[in-house]
Design a protein around this ligand. Structure first.
Ligand SMILES: Nc1nc2c(ncn2[C@@H]2O[C@H](COP(=O)(O)OP(=O)(O)OP(=O)(O)O)[C@@H](O)[C@H]2O)c(=O)[nH]1
Ligand SMILES: [Mg+2]
Length: 596
């Protein structure tokens, strides 16, 4: 145990964590040059396509230092704010963290957020300046930032390049020298489940960190929270290939399979002990996450409801921050109300359902949680516009407010403040982190961030701004529910809650967008936006009979068939609402605020 080191790599998005992990894998000989591909630990297709890490990934490596063999457990984490729960879970399984900072960018919003997460977990933090091979790397400047803002000492800082490999050996040795070896409190087994996934053959596979004692194949174990008992069928580690083991000892990080088919019996954050152990107390586990945004997810064809439920349960096993419960919509039928940590998280879950489970779904526009005071004194929490009571019963509505950290070069202070004012922001203050970089604090309504804040922030700062936020409370605000009517009927799944001052503008944009997306029908379809019974915007889709065969009368049968097939294909993703057919992307078009 003296020669084990458990550590995570944490950083702002794109500062080179996964690439650095590649070099560490290479130097420790875990993978040969031939097997190595870029960002090897990003194993999901989605991660590789987008070039971002979504899931934490743990590997065990061996390294010889001063003639002693060391066992290193490395966890690569995502950098995007929406996946910070992955980071906090990783940190709970470690004694140390590499805080990686891009030599050309310096400290960014999530550098700071992750730094504090690591501090909270009492970890030994090694500051790392990465990408020193870049021509615009400014090592002295980033060093100064780390020393002045985060209180590191100059001699602690390691400089390296995940691309060229320079300095990575020194980095590994710094981990061995500085990160403490794991300690155990007793010889009775206690293991923390920090991640899990579902394997169709083996059932639930849990990733665990053994804190105390040891676990062997054949042991009878108990999940403390779930209060279920199981027999250990398989144990192993990832190197990154799966390697089976007969036992895992305290300090180890590995996986366990007990042939559990009932997904609900395994909960991330739970503690595993031996079946007959009556004394051990559970490890601290994790705080339950609080979703930031909620949206409805519905199957396009209603017979896929059960399959969708199964998919969500399996995803939840792999992504503990996903939350869902059944919901019914007049327009869309049976589905689920799901909670997400942010819009990227929502997008990722949507793609995973479609790809990994092959279910076509409709996602409704995201909403935050509003607190509604009724005239009869009751207080409601509302996560969906459809649950909003009638206007006459409402005394006031409060919305969630967040406090921001916006890191930006000082040249962009003007545009950023303009943007925040536009988004109903309340200026608090700003700090200079270096001579020409600032951290701007604003109070902003969460609902404004959910819309197009990220995109706007990028364009207002030419890509130089980074952004983090935390919930700071609720504030009363002048909000109204806006309904969208198709052919005179309210489509509940299209309703949104908006600030009264923006209602006209938003209503107009939404009906215009819908007009572009919804294909012509056999009859005229009016699209209206309304607050209560008052219509505030209207567009009309004119009638048309679309005959795909019109342009190929006579001619070849197979060609006709092909065209009809194609039309059918297109229709699959359409939803029949009343007598109007709507393509599934229409439900998210409410988000599209392009005012063209
Ligand atoms: N020049 C240079 N480029 C690097 C270096 N390390 C990473 N990159 C590039 O930086 C980009 C991001 O690298 P990743 O390793 O995916 O970054 P990450 O921190 O894992 O990103 P997330 O997991 O999405 O937060 C990629 O295009 C890499 O090729 C480096 O040391 N030098
Ligand atoms: Mg990564």
């Amino acid at each position: 145990m003296q020669n084990i080191r458990n550590f995570s790599i944490i950083a702002h998005i794109d500062h080179g964590k996964s690439t650095l992990a590649d070099r560490i894998l290479e130097i420790t000989g875990a993978v040969s040059k031939r097997e190595l591909k870029e960002q090897l630990l990003d194993s999901m297709d989605l991660e590789r396509e987008r070039g971002i890490t979504i899931k934490l990934n743990a590997v065990e490596l061996n390294y010889k230092y001063n003639n002693e063999e060391y066992k290193l457990h490395l966890i690569d984490t995502p950098g995007h704010v929406d996946f910070s729960y992955e980071v906090s879970r990783s940190l709970a399984a470690c004694e140390g963290a590499l805080l990686v900072v891009d030599a050309a960018q310096g400290i960014e919003a999530q550098t700071l957020a992750n730094f504090f997460l690591a501090l909270e977990n009492d970890l030994t933090i090694i500051p790392v300046i990465n990408k020193i091979d870049l021509p615009n790397a400014d090592i002295p400047k980033v060093k100064k930032e780390l020393i002045d803002n985060l209180g590191f000492r100059e001699e602690e800082i390691v400089c390296c390049s995940g691309k060229t490999g320079e300095g990575v050996k020194e980095l590994i040795e710094s981990v061995i020298k500085n990160v403490p070896a794991p300690k155990k409190e007793s010889d009775k087994l206690r293991a923390l489940i920090f991640d899990s996934y579902f394997d169709p053959y083996k059932g639930v596979i849990a990733h665990i960190r053994i804190f105390d004692g040891k676990i062997k194949v054949g042991d009878k174990i108990k999940m403390m929270g779930a209060a279920t008992t199981h027999e250990v069928i398989e144990l192993g580690i990832n190197t990154p290939k799966e390697v089976k083991k007969e036992e895992l000892n305290s300090g180890d990080v590995g996986f366990i399979s007990c042939n559990i088919k009932n997904i609900e019996e395994v909960k991330v954050g739970d503690t595993i002990i031996h079946e007959n152990d009556k004394e051990s107390i559970a490890l601290p586990g994790y705080k339950d996450v609080k979703p930031m945004v909620y949206a409805g997810i519905y199957p396009v064809t209603s017979n896929k409801y059960e399959a969708l439920k199964e998919a969500l349960m399996k995803l939840k096993l792999n992504d503990a921050s996903l939350i869902f419960e059944p919901e019914v919509s007049d327009a869309l039928g049976f589905g689920f109300r799901c909670g997400f940590l942010g819009l990227l998280h929502m997008e990722i879950i949507q793609s995973r359902i479609e790809r990994e489970f092959n279910i076509d779904i409709i996602v409704t526009s995201p909403s935050v949680i509003y607190k509604v005071n009724l005239t009869n004194g009751e207080e409601l929490e509302i996560d969906s516009p459809t649950k909003m009571p009638e206007a006459v019963k409402i005394k006031n509505i409060s919305e969630p407010i967040v406090k921001t950290d916006i890191f930006v070069p000082s040249d962009y202070i003007g545009p950023i403040m303009e943007l925040c004012q536009e988004k109903r922001g309340n200026y608090i203050n700003m700090e200079f982190t270096t001579k020409n970089r600032v951290n701007i604090h604003y109070e902003l309504p969460l609902s404004e961030i959910v819309y197009d804040f990220f995109d706007k922030l990028k364009s207002y700062s030419k890509g130089y701004a980074s952004f983090d936020y935390e919930l700071s409370g609720y504030k009363p605000s002048n909000l109204v529910k806006m309904d969208i009517l198709l052919n005179g009927k309210v489509v509940d799944a299209l309703s949104v809650i908006v600030h009264k001052d923006f209602a006209y503008k938003r209503g107009k944009v939404i009906v215009e967008n819908l007009k572009k997306i919804i294909p012509r029908q056999m009859f005229e379809v009016p699209i209206q936006a309304a607050i209560g019974s008052k219509v505030i915007a209207r567009e009309t889709i004119s009638a048309m009979r679309k005959n795909v065969l019109a342009k190929c009368y006579g001619g070849d049968v197979s060609r006709k068939k092909k065209l009809l097939e194609k039309q059918k294909e297109g229709k699959k993703r359409m939803k029949q609402i009343g007598n109007v057919e709507i393509p599934s992307e229409a439900f998210l078009s409410v988000l599209n605020t392009n005012e063209k």
